[in-house]
Design a protein around this ligand. Structure first.
Ligand code: HEC
Length: 189
C-alpha cells in the first residue's frame, strides 16, 4: 500500500518527466471576440495603499456625509454608527471602543482598530453599501468618510477630506500593529 508521501512522490516524478516545452505557449492565439477594457472599466480596479497614493480628485465634508450616511448606510450600521446586529445582514459598529482592544471586552471598530484612514476610502468605495457596492461617487465617499471620522472625533466636524488631507489623518490605533517584515510590503510605504 502506498503511503500519502509515496503517492505524492510518484506524482512529482511524473511531472518531472513531462518535457517543459509541453507547457510553453509561444504564440498568442486570437479567437476573434472580446474587446479591450475601457478606461471606465479599468477604473473599477483600484487599490489605495496607506499613504493614499491613487486617491482620486474630489472632496467631501461631514455635513454632506451625514446625508449620504442616512440614505445609504443607516439601515445596516445604525443611526448612531452603533452597528445593527439584529438584522440578518446587519453591518458592524463603526465607532467607539477606543483603547478596549487589549481588555477582556474588546470592541473592534474603525475608530478603535483601523490603522490607516485611507483604507476607509478604499473599502467603502469598493465594498459599500453592501447592497450596491461601487454606486457612490468619489465625493460621496470622501463625505461619508469625513462623517465617520468626525463622529469618531478623529477629525473636526468642519474638516474637508480629499486626497491630501485624508492621507494625513492619524488614526488612534496606528501604532497598535507589529511591523510586517515581508519585503514587498515596503513597496507601499
Ligand atoms: C445592506 C447592509 C449594509 C449597508 C447598506 C452598508 N453596509 Fe457597511 N457593512 C455591512 C456588512 C455586512 C459589513 C461587514 C462585511 C464583511 O465583514 O465582509 C459591513 C462593513 C462595513 C465597514 C467595515 C467595518 C469594519 O470594522 O470592518 C465599513 C467601514 C462600512 N461597512 C461602511 C459602510 C458605509 C459608509 C455605508 C454606506 C455608504 C455602508 N457601510 C452601508 C453591511 C452594510
Amino acid at each position: 500500500m502506498f503511503t500519502r508521501n509515496a503517492r505524492m512522490g510518484a506524482a512529482c516524478l511524473f511531472l518531472a518527466l513531462v518535457p517543459l516545452g509541453a507547457f510553453a505557449q509561444t504564440k498568442a492565439v486570437r479567437y476573434g471576440f472580446g474587446a479591450p477594457a475601457t478606461p471606465g472599466e479599468l477604473s473599477k480596479f483600484f487599490s489605495i495603499p496607506p499613504d493614499g497614493r491613487g486617491l482620486p480628485p474630489g472632496s467631501g465634508t461631514a455635513a454632506k456625509g451625514a446625508q449620504v450616511y442616512a440614505q445609504s448606510c443607516t439601515a445596516c450600521h445604525g443611526d448612531q454608527l452603533q452597528g445593527n446586529p439584529q438584522k440578518g445582514i446587519g453591518g458592524d459598529r463603526l465607532i467607539g471602543g477606543r483603547g478596549t482592544l487589549a481588555t477582556k471586552t474588546p470592541i473592534k471598530t474603525v475608530e478603535s482598530y483601523w490603522p490607516f484612514a485611507t483604507t476607509l476610502f478604499d473599502y467603502i468605495k469598493r465594498a459599500m453599501p453592501f447592497s450596491a457596492p461601487g454606486s457612490l461617487s468619489d465625493d460621496d465617499v470622501y463625505s461619508v468618510v469625513a462623517y465617520i471620522l468626525s463622529q469618531a472625533k478623529i477629525i473636526q466636524p468642519t474638516d474637508t477630506m480629499n486626497a491630501t488631507t485624508l492621507a494625513r489623518v492619524a488614526m488612534p490605533n496606528r501604532d497598535g500593529f507589529e511591523p510586517d517584515p515581508r519585503p514587498e510590503v515596503q513597496l507601499y510605504r
